[in-house]
Ligand binder design. Structure first.
Ligand code: FES
Length: 208
């Protein structure tokens, strides 16, 4: 017999664990994502109702942070650099080609569940610009055509070798979704403001 808590029970446990504190909305959402792999819509609706906050506010948080996913993660993660060097060498055109090919926006998973598209600010491999990582393989000196071709080969199950990374070690810096959703604009640094501290009209609440 399955003793797993149902949705209502699980949300109740989560909210109780965080002492029913609305300010803990982000940690609650992080817990949910760790558990489910993404943020399912019924869970977000139930969480909003339980905390007595608007669903719009919950989605505002979920869509602001690139680390939150509203869809299950794909089989492969495509991390495309939109940093300055890559951008100047055509990363925006590559992003457009990938979005057309995979029918998804930044942060989304392709309809066939194969790829999740995650633009970032700099991969620390500028000598390979423009560059993307698929899972752990680096692919440099890309054009829109070569990037699409690499993903087609991976989707067909072909083992595609990347290249040695030329930069120093670094972690990809996720872009806020507000910037990454429009690949035609120059990317900006992540905002410091926390949308959880804004009210339902999107304006900042004074901290007391
Ligand atoms: S700007 Fe793309 S790797 Fe540095």
């Amino acid at each position: 017999m399955d003793n797993a808590p149902n949705l209502d029970e699980r949300i109740e446990q989560l909210v109780t664990l965080h002492e029913e504190d609305v300010e803990m909305l982000i940690p609650m959402m992080q817990d949910l994502q760790t558990e489910c792999g993404y943020l399912p819509a019924p869970h977000l609706r139930r969480l909003a109702r339980r905390l007595k906050v608007s669903l719009a506010r919950v989605y505002q948080v979920a869509t602001f942070y690139a680390s939150f996913r509203l869809m299950p993660k794909g089989e492969h993660t495509v991390t495309l650099c939109m940093g300055t060097v890559c951008y100047l060498k055509g990363a925006d055109k590559i992003a457009e080609a990938l979005q057309r090919e995979l029918q998804m926006k930044p942060g989304e998973t392709s309809p066939d569940g194969k790829f999740t598209f995650a633009p970032v600010n700099c991969l620390g491999a500028c000598a390979l610009a423009p560059v993307m990582i698929v899972d752990k393989e680096y692919f440099g000196h890309l054009t829109p055509d070569t990037a699409v071709s690499i993903l087609r080969r991976i989707a067909s199950g072909e083992a595609v070798a990347g290249e040695e990374r030329a930069g120093g070690p670094t972690s990809p810096e996720p872009m806020p979704k507000a910037a990454s959703n429009d690949s035609r604009r120059r990317p900006s640094r992540p905002r410091k403001t926390d949308p959880a501290s804004t009210n339902d009209h999107g304006t900042q609440q004074a901290k007391t």
